[in-house]
Ligand binder design. Structure first.
Ligand code: FES
Ligand SMILES: [Fe+2]
Length: 424
């Protein structure tokens, strides 16, 4: 049984109990999700049809991918160069840095980054390194430093816009030009309650181009700017980042890997597939969708109570929307065979109600347990050594694993289209 961050374990029966409570307490989430009704009715109609047919929306054919895609260091470097060094990622939600001086530390995207909010309420991101001798300014994953940032090594100080304010023993540095020694900025952009950050200095963010018009129109409906307190916990895995991504992309495994927990409530091997630009939307449903909704006229449907909508922002930000919570997973490659997953959970329930607060803690722990107990061992940490051994020639993506095929092609396209790395 897997151990969670808190060192506790959760059994399948406890996970099922939580799903029972989530269903029983749906009244606590009414109105919390401002979903686009027409989109949700469309997804519900498709999910009911698919549940009756017993399969998800299907790819045209089966796809095979070679082991080297996961194990070749040169391939990994090409992906870093084409994707992770040049595309923005979701550093967190607006609420994670709600007040001026709140900060997030992101250490695993190649460049150490800190994200904060200035006195005018604007999001700012910097390289988390002092301009004197490079010590990090912030050390906690989240924190608050209202007055700005003071380096713990020799006390150089900076304001929330990164301006250098003070140099201890100033004369020993020849009264340096402070204007040229501010923190090194990194591009950041906040919209719809999400914070996009560039992976390193010099990379710009074009929200409209990256997010695209379809997703930009849909994101506000999820109320990311109104979710409540969150829990966060990193998970480090021995395996290639694409194996981690692929664990989130199909519902085929529900009926087997999650037979004794999630599949008690959710339809396995039933999901919709939509590409919104280069980002993926896939929806799954409660088993009750195919019994409850067809019995009602469509104008009485409450599809948001039956559907979980997952967005995969290319390549590795996963946002899973349920009536009760937003689950957040950020996939950060540490090397060809190591990956860090930042897992967060944000509440859509009113947490001033103690019963909701208790349920939120249990939802967080159950998700954190299930991915570590089932998804990551089956999908990441046992396949990776088999692929590395060269005994396993590759993997097979079925027609019912269409999103795996789509994202594999998107990743290949990004690698093929990236300009060659600068030579030194
Ligand atoms: S490294 Fe920051 S003050 Fe010296
Ligand atoms: Fe799973």
């Amino acid at each position: 049984m897997a151990h969670t961050e808190s060192g506790t374990t959760m059994s399948d029966a406890e996970v099922v109990d939580i799903m029972t409570d989530m269903t029983a307490r749906l009244d606590q989430t009414a109105g919390a999700v401002r979903t686009n009704r027409q989109t949700m009715i469309d997804l519900a109609s498709r999910l009911i049809t698919l549940a009756q047919a017993g399969h998800p929306e299907l790819a045209d054919s089966v796809m095979e991918v070679p082991a080297s895609r996961y194990t070749d260091p040169a391939r990994y470097e090409a992906e870093r160069h084409a994707i992770f060094d040049r595309m923005p990622f979701v550093a967190g939600l607006s609420r994670d840095v709600a007040e001026p001086g709140d900060y997030l530390r992101i250490d695993h995207m190649g460049t150490p980054i800190m994200v904060t909010r200035n006195r005018q309420g604007q999001i700012r991101a910097f390289v988390n390194a002092c301009r004197h001798r490079g010590a990090a300014l912030v050390y906690d994953d989240r924190g608050h430093s209202r007055a700005g940032f003071s380096c713990p090594y020799h006390a150089w100080s900076y304001d929330l816009d990164g301006h250098l304010l003070g140099v201890s023993c100033n004369a020993s540095f020849g009264n340096p030009d402070k204007a040229s020694l501010g923190l090194i900025p990194v591009a950041a952009h906040e919209r719809h309650g999400l914070i996009l950050v560039a992976p390193k200095p010099g990379v710009t963010i074009d929200w409209d181009h990256f997010i695209g018009p379809e997703l930009d129109a849909e994101l506000p409906h999820w109320g990311f700017d109104t979710v409540a307190a969150s829990r966060v916990g990193p998970i480090e895995l021995n395996g290639n980042w694409k194996l981690v991504l692929e664990t989130f992309l199909e519902s085929y495994h529900f009926n087997y890997a999650h037979r004794d927990n999630l599949a008690q409530y959710y339809n396995g091997n039933v999901n919709t597939v939509d590409m919104l630009g280069r980002h993926l939307r896939t929806a799954t449903s409660l088993r009750t969708i195919q019994t409850d909704l067809p019995a009602l006229p469509q104008d009485q449907w409450t599809p948001e109570n039956y559907i979980h909508v997952k967005y995969v922002l290319f390549p590795g930000t996963i946002l899973i929307n349920t009536p009760q919570v937003l689950e957040f997973f950020q996939i950060m490659p540490l090397g060809v065979d190591r990956t860090l997953v930042r897992h967060g959970c944000y509440s859509r329930m009113d947490l001033t109600n103690p019963a909701n607060a208790a349920l939120f803690e249990r939802i967080w722990e159950s998700a954190h347990t299930v991915v570590q107990k089932q998804d990551f061992p089956y999908g990441v940490t046992t396949p990776h050594p088999a692929l590395t051994s060269a005994a396993l020639p590759g993997l097979v993506f079925g027609r019912n694993e269409w999103p795996l095929q789509i994202l594999a092609q998107e990743i290949d396209r990004a690698v093929a289209e990236a300009p060659a790395p600068a030579t030194t």
